[in-house]
Design a protein around this ligand. Structure first.
Ligand SMILES: [Cu+2]
Length: 160
């Protein structure tokens, strides 16, 4: 290796190191606000019950916000369970085994999973999570307060 070649090799190694550390800091949480209405889930600014898409490996901050007039709940899963002829939750829940942080104004609680949250009108909850590759596929978000799921309060959730 000539003196110049060695010089450029060192310069490019330094540039690579700088680029990779910049990349690590650039992995930002994508923020998503999912509104609960009568009777739909709507990503703020989008259409009612439009599919909600998450990228596996991407950190998210998701706010569920009940902007409706009634109590609503949030479940994300697949295969609807039926109790006495009434839809009542999912057999498998998307965030069942995924680390989830519940986030408040000045606090954060780490949990090993998340199945369901009930929100009164005006209430909201923020959760942080990163979905692993094995959860890639089609899921569903639904509200199982009596009559709401039947009224159409469900939307596809796609992890890709
Ligand atoms: Cu509801």
């Amino acid at each position: 290796m000539s003196k110049w070649n060695r010089f450029f090799a060192i310069v490019s190694m330094v540039l690579l190191a700088v680029a990779s550390s910049a990349f690590a800091q650039d992995v930002e949480r994508i923020e998503l606000v999912i509104e609960l209405h009568e009777y739909n889930f709507t990503v703020a600014g989008g259409e009612a019950n439009a599919p909600i898409v998450f990228q596996a490996g991407q950190p998210y901050s998701v706010v569920f916000s009940n902007v409706g007039m009634m109590e609503h709940e949030v479940l994300i899963g697949r295969t609807v369970l039926v109790e006495d002829g009434v839809p009542d939750g999912y057999e498998t829940n998307l965030l069942d085994a995924t680390p989830v942080d519940l986030v408040g104004d000045d606090w954060e609680v780490g949990t090993s999973g998340f199945v369901e949250v009930e929100l009164e009108p005006g209430q909201s909850v923020t959760i942080h999570f990163t979905l692993p590759d094995e959860l890639i596929g089609t899921w569903e978000i639904g509200c199982f307060i009596a009559g709401h799921y039947q009224a159409g309060m469900l939307a596809p959730v796609i992890v890709e």
